[in-house]
Design a protein around this ligand. Sequence first.
Ligand code: G6P
Length: 476
Amino acid sequence: MPKADLVVVANRLPVDRIEDERGEPAWRRSPGGLVTALEQVMKTVDGAWVGWAGKAGLTVEPFEFDGTQLVPVSLDEEELESYYEGFSNGTIWPLYHDVIATPVYKRSWWDSYVRVNRRFAEAAAEAVGEGGVVWVQDYQLQLVPQMLRELRPDVTIGYFHHIPFPAYGLYSQLPWRRQVLEGLLGADVIGFQRVADAGNFQRSIRRVLKFTTKSDSITIPQPDGTSRTAVAKAYPISIDAHSFIELAKDPAIRDRAREIREQLGSPSKVLLGVDRLDYTKGIRHRLKAFGELLVDGKVKVGDVTLVQVASPSRPGVEAYQDLRDEIELTVGRINGDYDTINHTAIRYLHQGFPREEMVALYLAADVMLVTALRDGMNLVAKEYVAVHTDNRGVLMLSEFAGAADELGSALLVNPHDIDGMKDTIMRAIEMPESEQSRRMRSMRRRVLENDVERWGQKFLADVEAFRAARTRRGED
Ligand code: G6P
């Protein structure tokens, strides 16, 4: 396999394994935002992508897909449970989302996390060319930067953290808090979603490792008495706004949006929630607020409908199974009490949909509810804004989602404050078009200016500065 100049390392490959028409296994590009984001970058360089093929026990040789080398890392059943469902999604995920669910600290999970991170680091070390760049993605792979630095000191390393980084008071619970920080500090550039996340990370560095930080940079003492510098700062991720706008212009998708409203019984207002079924998303809080508005008689079935898409996620993790039961019980109760033969209070869909259908849903919705209790960014908020080219529609956005830093013209809410949420839902439903338009215009400007291409360019430009400095030092 040829060596790559840029290697992305992520828990998942950018493709999903499917069966083609003849029932043969095949690969299809995954719909995720990161994949779209990096698609362009990877096409312009000799790129490789190291990641898990998404199925336990599946071992696949490296292969080329759409001009990019894909390097599958295999995980067996036990590793799926201990590294992915366990340490990544039972320890780090809840801890980093402000312990909304209780993190579980298990030494065997940690051991597996170390082992699997080493496998990813080795695969990246193998794939990257002399003096190349490796860009590591997200919380499943926090140890990879340091492991890779030891294997390949010639390589420049970036790491982007897609989820929040918690305050020190919470982070310090982690029994392996030192090792994780050391792992991350193997990178030259460490990117976060919010300025606050970068600040939390730097504080943990000062408290645990006693290193000095100044503005964005961290001074890391080296064994030989010298020191090196790493940069830790915010690079808020975004969406490929233009591809969403293109879809929003498509007559077939616009027709579908109209059809959705009709099929819902033509309510005067459609409210929409779109989330992975995850306890961080505040789906229960949203349902509670909406349910109480029905009880209070402030909204009437037939007049207002809530569409809630909750795409299946991490079904092997207990907290997700419990959440699903709770949500489905709540939806069932509300609908049981308020539905009529021809109208529903909540149209609940535990399904994932292709991007075209998502855009039609966004277009059909008068109000988008993003009520996360904690969220790294929340791209759904940005997608909803991007497609509303007519400046209609209202975004209700949790102040605990990273997107709130940029989308200050949304109706910002604290999802824990149920009365506040109820008032804000009513305000959204009743908002005059002139106000909708003023708010939407300013949000759209932000999303269009700062799209995902800009995000990638900014991050990689900072990485390139390190690479250039390394080259200069090599020439001395
Ligand atoms: C979040 C994480 C990603 C992850 C995605 C889906 O957005 O930041 O790293 O890939 O959720 O979760 P899954 O566990 O299915 O990969």
